[in-house]
Each structure stands twice: as C-alpha cells, then as structure tokens.
Design a protein around this ligand. Structure first.
Ligand SMILES: [Zn+2]
Length: 174
C-alpha cells in the first residue's frame, strides 16, 4: 500500500500563496547618458546595438538588473507619501505662495514617480503587484539607498545615476 500522505489542498494553497507573496520579478532597466548634452535618463528598452541621442551623439548605456517588484513597492510607497503631503498642503490656506510652490513641487514628484512606475510595468510586461507587507518589515528586502527630506525612498537604481558614468560632468563643472 502507498504510504504517501494525503494531499492537503489547504496546505498546498497556503504554500502557493506564500510563494506568490515572495516572488521576485527580475528585469532590466537602462541608464542613458549623452556625453555631449550631459543628459541622463532611464528606459526599459534594451538596445544591444546602441542608440543615438537626438543631437546625433552615440549614447553611453548602463544596463542594471533589478527586482522590478521591489522598485514598484518603493514607488507605490512614495506615491502614498506624496498624496498625503498634497492633501496636507491643501489645508494650509494662510501661506498661499509657499503652499503653491510646494504643490507644484509635489505634483512634479508625483509625475516622476508615476512615469517610473509605468516604465517598470513595461519592463515587466505584466502587472506586478507590490510586496504585500508593510514597508517597515520589507526594509531588508528592498534596495533602499537613501530617504529624502520628504520621506521618499530612493532606490539603488535611481540613486545618483551620474556615478555610473565615469565621463559624466555635472553641469556646474563645465
Ligand atoms: Zn545629446
């Protein structure tokens, strides 16, 4: 007679759920540097044969492998913080000019996070859910490089991209 244990569907489902909750989504993003214009931008589009900048100069490229899900988790967290600040800021009616300037800055940050999120999803080619846990308990798992004054997390990928290019000159050193 077989001595194999009966399959517990409940255990199986729990294991699958746990695996799904922890699953990595490896992908690549690329930093692009135009040595002539000194511009830096990122893309999800890999181009093995290189590409030209709009000025006609060959672009320097640095491919970076990352956990897209970790980046998305960070971006979603940042968006939540920005939303909170926008809401809070709309309550400050007394200092209108400061409030307006801050509003514009927050809206720009929101646009930049949203654009990054879109690029990550394009790199993944599918919907990637953020890790289900609270950010505090994920801190060892996420590539957190820095946190700015507003409390936004800067991931390894987006931290000082100019350091990836030896020839990069900051606009102030020109
Ligand atoms: Zn250029």
């Amino acid at each position: 007679m077989s001595d194999s244990k009966p399959i517990s569907l409940d255990q199986f489902r729990k294991r699958k759920e746990k695996e799904a909750a922890e699953q990595y989504y490896f992908g690549k993003m690329v930093w692009l540097h135009c040595p002539k214009c000194e511009t830096l931008e990122y893309t999800e589009i890999i181009s093995p044969n290189g590409r030209m900048h709009k000025c006609g100069t060959l672009i320097e490229e640095k491919e970076v492998e990352l956990d897209l899900r970790a980046e998305i988790t960070i971006t979603e967290y940042n968006l939540t913080i920005i939303e909170g600040l926008l809401k809070k800021n709309s309550g400050f009616k007394l200092v209108k000019i400061i409030s307006k300037t801050l509003d514009r800055a927050l809206i720009a940050l929101k646009a930049s996070e949203t654009a990054y999120r879109e690029r990550l999803l394009l790199a993944a080619g599918m919907i990637v859910p953020p890790y289900p846990d609270e950010i505090e308990s994920l801190k060892d798992k996420l590539p957190i490089k820095d946190t700015n004054q507003l409390g936004l997390i800067i991931s390894e990928f987006r931290f000082e991209p100019e350091r990836r290019f030896s020839k990069f000159k900051s606009p102030t050193n020109k």
